[in-house]
Ligand binder design. Structure first.
Ligand code: C5P
Length: 229
């Protein structure tokens, strides 16, 4: 049985590479995240194949944002495939529309709070209100959860703070930006180890490059699983 607390991000340039990665990882990994980069290159077909033919769980990282009616229609279309998680921006009207679109399915809607690649200057450029970025992240998480999100995406350094919110009781926290001790950070800045992220309240950790760029992805995934509390 795979430990589905680990979600492997397949950020490879094509679907065939993604399929080969999942075959290489075999039974050790049961949950995959497929993001926009791959979704525009055959990723939905890969998601369906991994689920239907290989029994994998799927997280579609689409970060949807549009008028409510369009989000609802898009989510309703996706919900028919039976995937597990879908991201939308955590704005309350988007979350409500996505939950409506997902009704009748088991697909969980996860709200994106503030992208971890943004800093205060980026928020200023986007006309986002003044204030500390952590406070805004926490406020957006609370609002997304109040609006009915099944969970939120957060950096591991925000996981504990969000877990402490009353709104987060029984909801999911999913954290990218996870790096085993000593691993390359890449462009990730606010990172934590897999164990730390779980101890701080994450239900799932998302790990990409430390696994798919490894000389032996299966060993790299197993080492991360072995680290989990
Ligand atoms: O390779 P790495 O482990 O950094 O991959 C993390 C994955 O999580 C990537 O697919 C990235 O797009 C995604 N992600 C992230 N930070 C966020 C949201 C998503 O790193 N705030």
């Amino acid at each position: 049985m795979s430990d589905d607390r680990l979600i492997v991000a397949i950020d490879l340039p094509n679907a065939l590479g993604g399929l080969q990665l999942s075959q290489n990882l075999g039974d050790s990994v049961g949950f995959y995240k497929i993001g926009l980069g791959m979704l525009t290159g055959g990723g939905l077909a890969l998601a369906n194949e991994l689920k239907d033919e290989h029994g994998k769980r799927i997280f579609l990282d689409m970060k949807l944002f549009d008028i409510g009616a369009t989000v609802e229609a898009a989510v309703r279309g996706l919900a028919q495939f039976g995937h597990d998680f879908l991201t939308v921006h955590g704005d309350p009207h988007i979350v409500r529309a996505a939950k409506e679109g997902a009704s009748g399915s088991d697909m969980k809607i996860l709200g994106v709070t503030v992208l971890t690649s943004l800093d205060r200057a980026d928020l200023d450029a986007g006309c986002i209100k003044a204030g500390d970025i952590h406070d805004i992240t926490l406020e957006r998480a609370a609002k997304a959860l109040e609006a009915g999100a099944d969970g939120v995406i957060a950096s591991p350094q925000e996981a504990a703070m969000i877990r402490a919110l009353p709104e987060a009781a029984g909801r999911l926290i999913v954290t990218p930006g996870v790096r085993p001790a000593g691993a390359e950070l890449g462009d990730q800045k606010r990172v934590a180890t897999p164990a730390r992220a779980i101890e701080d309240g994450a239900d799932h950790i998302v790990v990409g490059r430390p696994i798919w760029q490894a000389a032996n992805p299966r060993e790299a995934a197993q080492a991360i699983l072995d680290e989990l509390p």
